[in-house]
Design a protein around this ligand. Structure first.
Ligand SMILES: Cc1cc2nc3c(=O)[nH]c(=O)nc-3n(C[C@H](O)[C@H](O)[C@H](O)COP(=O)(O)OP(=O)(O)OC[C@H]3O[C@@H](n4cnc5c(N)ncnc54)[C@H](O)[C@@H]3O)c2cc1C
Length: 426
């Protein structure tokens, strides 16, 4: 009977458990998770802070999930060391868990740059339910009135919206010259920035925080920040939301190869036999960039975990790849961003743009050799699935290129042969 061990029981870990059980109903599975109840939607932690969702609503699997799948769930336990020769994972306290097949699904940890005052009471990171719980409790206990959010990416914007809903005055500080810079081009970013400002958020771009200030007479408690150009912003809370870095510490110093994240092949296997990795901790294949790289996104972590799980259980499966893909609706603005959003000047690329200022609608497609390699939609995301299909399947769009940005673009505007391919003959 195979013995599977999975470290990390969030998106990638859950995907792997389900895949293993599809193939092997009886093999022993042990999951090790530092978090006491890891089966929750991490992207929803901002909903907890805003009061929109309680923990029950955030659960992506029931409490019975582990039992129903006959999984030994070592929750609330941290894995501290890995012995690749013995094939064991050591837990805090010294206990060892033996494996035949191991999956590392340890995700990411928040990146906190060196900053004077970052140890003060009132400074938070924002990646776990515990972070969200602590932040919500702090807002209540000190009756917080103002916050500075450092970072205007996906995590920064989600926590900003939550804080605003809680009635705080929020200043978002972003080092780049625009918000959501990894997802959007300058035009789309401007549109979203205008909406966020209108909602009452103070946005400072092209700067960061050089120092977190303490209260006069109570230095250990946050009172404000000093920005890099010297301006001072008073606040009760500072949330560092710059991004995540892979949690590779378990394999650091072992034979498992790490680049920026753990290096895997297209079966999610590392360079060490019987050791797999998936999710935010890995560099997985990006089908647009045609290379492995960090892509810290929930649906990709689930898929990668599934692929690892199938392969661990003996069903040979290849990961087809993902790419940068986000579908968001913060501040009431629906946004889809897939693949290249900000391509460098390249004669091989063709960029198609349509901006309807009256309706605040923005569409952008990036094509390479008549294949879509980038899609950005703001306030008009309804047909994103059709464009994504064309993109994922590298379909040549030359014949209907001019229709791609039209308002009535959809399945019906595609050539019949293609509709058939998509199994939607009309
Ligand atoms: C606020 C926020 C908003 C987000 N919004 C979106 C979004 O809109 N769309 C999207 O696609 N993605 C979003 N993401 C990213 C998404 O949540 C991640 O890509 C996803 O959670 C990655 O899953 P994972 O299983 O790889 O790792 P994680 O979810 O990070 O889970 C890893 C688990 O492993 C545990 N662990 C790590 N090391 C050990 C150890 N040594 N011992 C025991 N346990 C350990 C951790 O405690 C954790 O429970 C968001 C993330 C955050 C924080």
């Amino acid at each position: 009977m195979a013995k599977y061990v999975i470290v990390g029981a969030s998106a990638a870990g859950i995907g792997a458990v389900e895949a293993i059980r599809e193939v092997d109903p009886v093999g022993a599975i042990t999951v090790i998770s530092e978090e006491p109840c890891p089966q929750y939607s991490r992207p929803m932690i901002s909903d907890f802070v805003s009061g929109k969702a309680d923990f029950n609503k955030m659960k992506c699997r029931t409490d019975e999930f582990w039992k129903e799948n006959n999984v030994e769930a070592l929750t609330g336990k941290k894995a501290t060391a890995l012995n690749l020769t013995e094939k064991t994972v050591q837990l805090e306290g010294g206990e060892k868990v033996a494996y035949e097949k191991l999956l590392l699904a340890t995700g990411g940890k928040p990146f906190v740059p060196k900053m004077e005052g970052s140890d003060k009471d009132g400074v938070f990171t924002f990646t776990t339910f515990k972070d969200a719980e602590r932040l919500a409790a702090k807002i209540d206990s000190i009756n917080a009135k103002a916050a500075v959010v450092i970072g205007a990416g996906l995590i920064g914007i989600s926590v900003t919206e939550a804080l605003l809903k809680r009635g705080l005055k929020v200043t978002m500080v972003e080092l780049q010259d625009k918000i959501l810079s990894l997802l959007l081009d300058a035009k789309a970013s401007d549109l979203v920035e205008a909406v966020v400002r209108k909602a009452g958020v103070n946005i400072v771009t092209g700067q960061s925080v050089q120092k977190i200030l303490g209260k006069p007479g109570n230095e250990g408690v946050v009172d404000g920040v000093i920005l890099t150009k010297g301006d001072q912003v008073p606040c009760d809370l500072v949330i560092v939301a710059i991004g995540v870095v892979p949690r590779t510490e378990l394999v650091t110093g072992t034979a498992v190869k790490i680049n920026r994240g753990i290096v895997v092949d297209n079966m999610m296997q590392t360079n060490v036999p019987d050791v797999y990795a998936s999710g935010d901790v890995t560099e997985a294949y990006d089908f647009i960039m045609n290379q492995n790289r960090l892509l810290p996104l929930w649906p990709l972590a689930v898929l990668e975990g599934q692929v690892a799980g199938y392969n661990m259980a003996g069903k040979k499966t290849t990961y087809m790849g993902g790419t940068n893909m986000s579908s968001l609706k913060y501040f009431g603005t629906p946004i889809v961003s897939i693949g290249l959003a900000n391509p460098k000047e390249d004669p091989a690329l063709e960029v198609l743009v349509k901006h309807d200022a009256e309706r605040n609608v923005y569409k952008k497609l990036v094509l390479k050799n008549n294949v879509i390699v980038g899609l950005t939609l703001v306030n008009c995301i309804e047909r994103a699935g059709v464009s994504f299909y064309l993109m994922k399947n590298a379909i040549n769009v030359k014949k209907f290129k001019q229709k791609l940005l039209s308002d009535d673009f959809g399945l019906a505007t595609l050539p019949v042969s293609l509709q058939r391919k998509m199994c939607v003959v009309q």
